[in-house]
Design a protein around this ligand. Structure first.
Ligand SMILES: *Cc1c(COP(=O)(O)O)cnc(C)c1O
Length: 462
């Protein structure tokens, strides 16, 4: 075959497809190996936009959220005009659809992903005296759900190749206090769930999956969020199912889901959560209120209709982009954990090695890309050393629940040191999901801009 190879790494076709087959669209991937890398040398050599040159791109990116008035509004308007706004049939319909979509027996819609996590841990009886093993390369909700329940987060370092929790480092962090593992499927790429479930089974631990960014993602063709005791999702507007605010818990455990329902509705009786005999009326458990409205669910149903197609578009573009930029020196795109069969890219993350860009700092790299019309961000900051932990440990509740040594903040930070994660927080660059909804030509703009910044790194630094 006369495919010209301009890529520097030499790998077999089979390896290539394995590495890049995010959607099972191997054939599409192969097209990604075009010989065009560095082909537009002239444009790439032009003055960077940050230094007054012409930007690679001035076109706007696909906007977010997507809303089609002709197809999306009918049910929402019907709900608004009905006056039935509080939780009823439309919420139930959304829950049924989401449960069926991910392949779980039950789903409970709640106000947001953060509270889906808090409720799940609460109803799995995780609290005072318990340690929960988790991941620092994530959003704050992954950690505060543990603290809100009075437990202690224990951090396991990140695998910088996959951006996920390093499952090989989990067992070393298990103590007699460990009750649960809370992996986050970071940025919509699944964690190594098979390994995590093996460890949990061996040590008799609960698993709550933070699948807040993993709508439709799969490991071995099984949807993420359905491996553990509970899976939690977010539908906040920046997420790939945008509702404004919203979240969900999924599980096959009927009793657990009954308790979650009761908890989300003030602790009122529900299913197997019943009042003791002889008690008439009133609530059963210590609950709260996390109900979503009918119009939120109607928006959710409209968004669900386009999820699969959008997911496939993002994944195809992510594969293509990855195949194009992975050979630019200093650009190291994400790899996938074992047996991942589908991702749900919320961001396209890669590591930026400034050594290969003549020492151009990451912030300047992002600024230069932005000037070229390519918006990127520096992603997460570290979570395992921040003031909210100290503040929690100094609270009255924590001082009454734990021995003093456990709450020494400096020692806690030392015990929870995650060097790989610290480095990742300094090196990561993200492109957001709406960019991945663009065309191949849009992806080529990203490639071109990175090449241009690479070529001009010296000038940009000075
Ligand atoms: C968005 C998000 C959450 C929280 O979801 P909300 O709906 O905003 O409360 C939790 N974890 C991760 C990883 C998220 O990205």
């Amino acid at each position: 075959m006369g495919i010209m190879k301009t890529t520097k790494k030499n790998y077999s076709r089979r390896e290539f497809i394995k590495q890049n087959s995010l959607t099972g669209l191997g054939a599409v991937v192969a097209i990604g190996v075009t010989p065009s890398l560095f082909a537009s040398d002239i444009k790439v050599a032009e003055t960077p936009a940050l230094l007054g040159g012409k930007a690679v791109r001035t076109k706007v990116w696909p906007t977010w959220p997507v809303w089609d008035t002709s197809t999306d509004e009918e049910q929402v308007i019907k709900v608004i005009r009905s006056g039935a706004w509080t939780r009823a049939g439309v919420v139930t319909e959304f829950e049924k659809k989401w449960a069926a979509t991910v392949g779980a027996k039950r789903c409970l819609a709640v106000v947001n992903g953060t509270n889906a996590l808090i409720a799940s841990l609460n109803q799995l009886d995780i609290g005072a005296g318990d340690e929960v093993i988790t991941h620092p390369y994530t959003f704050i909700s992954t950690i505060i759900c543990i603290l809100q329940n009075g437990a202690i987060p224990v951090f396991v370092d990140t695998d910088p190749e996959t951006f996920q929790i390093d499952a090989d480092k989990i067992e070393a962090r298990i103590t007699p206090r460990t009750r649960a593992i809370l992996p986050a499927h970071t940025l919509g790429m699944p964690a190594d769930m098979e390994k995590i479930m093996q460890i949990a089974a061996k040590h008799n631990l609960i698993v709550v999956e933070n699948a807040c960014l993993s709508w439709l993602a799969e490991v071995n063709h099984k949807k993420v969020g359905t491996f553990g005791n509970a899976g939690c999702f977010s539908f906040q507007t920046s997420k790939n199912i945008p509702i404004g605010e919203g979240g969900a818990i999924v599980s096959d455990d009927e009793k657990f889901m009954d308790r979650c329902y009761s908890y989300h509705n003030y602790g009122n009786p529900y299913g197997s959560v019943v009042l003791p005999e002889g008690v008439h009326g009133g609530t059963v458990i210590n609950g709260t209120k996390l109900r979503i409205t009918e119009y939120q669910a109607a928006i959710g149903l409209a968004q669900l209709k386009r999820l699969e197609k959008q997911t496939n578009t993002r994944n195809e573009n992510a594969q293509y982009l990855k195949s194009k930029i992975q050979d630019i020196p200093g650009i190291v795109p994400f790899k996938l954990s074992k047996n991942v069969t589908k991702i749900s890219a919320w961001q396209f993350p890669f590591r930026y090695k400034m050594e290969a860009f003549q020492g151009l700092p990451r912030a300047k790299f992002i600024k230069a890309l932005r000037a070229e019309g390519i918006p990127g961000s520096s992603g997460y900051v570290t979570q395992n050393d921040k003031p909210y932990l100290k503040n929690t440990f100094e609270s009255k509740n924590y001082r009454r629940m734990y021995p003093k040594e456990m709450l020494d903040f400096e020692k806690y930070v030392e015990r929870n040191h995650c060097p790989e994660n610290n480095l990742l927080c300094e090196e990561a660059v993200w492109f957001s999901q709406n960019m991945l909804l663009g065309s191949r030509a849009d992806m080529d703009d990203i490639v071109m801009a990175i090449e241009k910044v690479h070529k001009n790194a010296g000038k940009l630094k000075a």
